[in-house]
Design a protein around this ligand. Structure first.
Ligand code: G4P
Length: 524
């Protein structure tokens, strides 16, 4: 093995943030192909559609075709080891999706050029922003007619409030897509031409020298005009601002036709940050430190119902991991031997013997880990920063089907809530249990685990509320509670209102200006 320093510095760990259908699977697959981690196009896709589901995965996962192996994908390229963390979308969207962003050093944002910025991308973007994570943007599907590139950049600025620096610029699009003007490499990359004609180097003035077919096309002139505009009025390239998450480098391309992907990957690897120090109760922890440490950001439960095992996903933050090593769980101060561990590849779960800061490993979890747990190898214990809270948007009222099972019901709820699988609320007036989640899957997993692990069948009824706002001052008149603005307590006994919709929230604020409400996600 190379020296620890070299190993750690070669890591690049990122998540893709996008709205379903923007091309995350397609791009991931192309990246894995470049890295030689898969041999055939279609491997990741097949996984998505469920063809590859292994029989012992949790039932829900099987039905949805997601599996632990696609949660983290790893490949080597040009001396780098790249870890891609999956951020499930659609109904699989959950707090885990958000929490995954606490375990990366950068994010790749994919935008469908025809659709522009979509809801889920925006939600994930906000979390990256909150954490100052550098964001690299890939604007996809240039082989189709989409919005104009200038319009897309304006959207980034207006909707997301992030400045952009286009690393390349499309020449036409859709049926008339001719290629990209690569500002960074000072060359043009042509679309759908023979391999040896693909790249044209440019003069110092950024033009094609001599005669060229491309120069006869008016789209080429239009592109040059836009480039001039960008050079004069656009943002300046700044590695520092990219690293602070203030400026996003933008790449145009087409994942499906594998156009612009390699150029993107190479530029990404050049500018994306290596594993970054993370804050802890003992100050920032240097990833290059010899002492092993990490934190659990996700727990995947019950992948094998016969064994009820779980996997705790650990982001290694410093040092290196060796199978069988002895560590301490900071929360309890108890020693643990890390005998069973998993590393994730696109094709299979393989046993990991060694991994370093920046890598993600899966630890076999007989029920000892909680989300946010810190593991250290040193004698001196410390804790990594608490993981942020995410505001739920879906709520159900939950009861046990069989009233005789109350004890199990309460135990199950308490444990699952503690583990971070779901959020619990109690109505102030009637003491009913409500569960909150950011995605439907969390309810399904909850229901499944209550039945399988605690032997309790639950009844869940949808509550109309969608917007949760906490109250700054707990002194609140309980009579303000109604079905459209339901007063509840969270599991720390903090009071919050659940509003039916934006309108109900505004109406309430107009009527009760003295009640100060806040969204915890805006505060972190
Ligand atoms: P996701 O993981 O973000 O949900 O998106 P995915 O990669 O599955 O892509 C969604 C759809 O967009 C797929 O088409 C895919 O082929 C298409 N797509 C991805 N990148 C490009 C691109 O660069 N250009 C064009 N024209 N299409 C692209 P589908 O019809 O839904 O699926 P499939 O039948 O092709 O598999």
């Amino acid at each position: 093995m190379k020296k620890l320093n070299e190993e750690v510095l070669s890591r690049r760990t990122f998540a893709i943030i996008s709205h379903p259908d923007a091309g995350k699977t397609t791009l991931t697959e192309k990246l894995l192909l470049f890295g030689g981690a898969i041999r055939d196009a279609g491997t990741v896709k097949a996984k998505k559609t469920g063809k590859f589901a292994t029989s012992d995965w949790m039932e829900i996962e099987k039905q949805r075709g997601i599996s632990v192996t696609s949660s983290v994908m790893q490949f080597d390229y040009d001396g780098f080891r790249v870890n891609i963390l999956d951020t499930p979308g659609h109904q699989d969207f959950s707090e885990d999706t958000y929490r995954t962003l606490t375990a990366v050093d950068s994010a790749v944002m994919i935008i469908d050029s025809a659709k522009g910025i979509e809801e889920q991308t925006l939600k994930l973007f906000k979390v990256c922003r909150m954490r100052g994570i550098p964001i690299f943007t890939f604007i996809n599907k240039l082989d189709r007619q989409g919005k104009s590139p200038l319009e897309l950049l304006a959207e980034l600025e207006e909707v997301m409030g992030i400045e952009s620096y286009p690393m390349n610029w499309p020449i036409g699009m859709g049926k008339e897509f001719l290629g990209i003007y690569d500002r960074f490499h000072n060359r043009v990359e042509q679309f759908r031409v023979e391999e040896d004609e693909r790249f044209i180097s440019l003069t110092e003035d950024g033009e094609i020298a001599g005669d060229h077919k491309l120069k006869e096309n008016s789209l080429y002139d239009q592109m040059l005009e836009e480039i001039m505009l960008l050079n004069e009025a656009g943002n300046e390239f700044s590695e520092e601002r990219i690293n602070n998450g203030e400026l996003t480098p933008v790449f145009f391309g087409s994942a499906l036709t594998n156009f612009g992907v390699q150029t993107f990957l190479e530029a990404y690897l050049k500018f994306a940050p290596e594993p970054q120090p993370r804050n802890s109760t003992s100050g920032p922890v240097d990833p290059l430190s010899e002492d092993f440490s990490g934190f659990v950001f996700k727990i995947q439960a019950n992948m094998n119902p016969a064994h009820r095992d779980r996997i705790a996903f650990l982001r290694i933050c410093s040092g290196s991991f060796e199978r069988g090593m002895s560590v301490t769980l900071s929360r309890t101060g108890k020693p643990i031997k890390l005998a069973q561990s998993t590393q994730f590849m696109a094709d299979d779960r393989s046993t990991v013997d060694e991994a370093v800061a920046g890598d993600i490993i899966g630890l076999y979890d007989p029920g000892v880990y909680q989300i946010g747990d810190t593991i250290v190898s040193e004698k001196e214990l410390f804790h990594y920063e608490k993981l942020p809270q995410f505001t739920p948007e879906l709520f159900v009222r939950v009861t046990a089907k069989n009233v005789m099972k109350q004890k199990h019901f309460h135990k199950g709820i308490q444990q699952l809530v503690q583990e971070g699988a779901i959020q619990l609320f109690k109505t102030v007036k009637t003491d009913e249990y409500l569960l909150g989640a950011v995605g439907q899957l969390q309810f399904e997993v909850f229901e499944h685990r209550m039945k399988n692990e605690y032997n309790v069948e639950v009844i869940m009824e949808r509550v109309g509320s969608k917007i949760a706002r906490w109250i700054e001052n707990d002194e609140i008149n309980d009579n303000l509670s109604s079905s459209r603005s339901l007063l509840v307590k969270d599991r720390f006994d903090k009071k919050a209102f659940l509003f039916e919709n934006e309108f109900a929230l505004r109406w309430f604020q107009d009527k009760n200006p003295e009640v100060k409400l806040y969204n915890p996600m805006d505060m972190q």
